[in-house]
Unconditional design. Structure first.
Length: 162
């Protein structure tokens, strides 16, 4: 009986040793394959980032422009990459492209003021053209505001709070 127990213990140890050796070689092979796969994945990701980056940079140079007539809005986007341009210059360009009437008046020492866009004239129904930059009422004239990448500029015909 003792011999049988010793033989079964030896068989058990041999089986464990064989399993450990097999597991070791399997893990080593798997690890090598995984490292190669990870390296190729990293290379692909790196190339994708290099491809995407210029596209993102171009998009970051865009400005969104809106003329809000109340019932109707004109929406326009422009790439301003490498260009210094004012809110008024963009408005002039947009209205010309969209064939919308634009009238301005130059006030000495103050700059240009929008008098009329389309059929809506300042003072009509006690409303005036005002422009907003990124959701905030602008605090300088449109001919002085230098548009920045990612700006959203909206012209609204509203009652003045002044």
């Amino acid at each position: 009986m003792k011999q049988k127990n010793i033989n079964s213990k030896i068989a058990w140890l041999v089986l464990c040793a064989a399993t450990t050796v097999a597991l070791f070689f399997w893990l080593k092979t798997y690890q090598e394959i995984n490292v190669e796969a990870d390296s190729s994945v990293l290379t692909v990701v790196k190339n994708v980032e290099q491809e995407i980056k210029p596209v993102v940079e171009k998009k970051a140079e865009t400005v969104n422009y809106i003329i809000n007539f109340g019932q109707q809005k004109l929406v326009w986007s422009k790439n301003i990459s490498g260009v210094k341009i004012t809110a008024l210059e963009l408005l002039t360009e947009m209205t010309a492209e969209k064939k919308v009437n634009l009238k301005t008046k130059d006030y000495a020492g103050l700059g240009k003021m929008i008098v009329k866009i389309g059929d809506l004239t300042n003072g009509q129904d006690n409303k005036y053209w005002q422009y907003w930059v990124n959701g905030k009422l602008a605090n300088i004239g449109a001919d002085s505001y230098q548009v920045e990448a990612n700006d959203t500029i909206e012209w609204k015909f509203e009652s003045s709070s002044f």
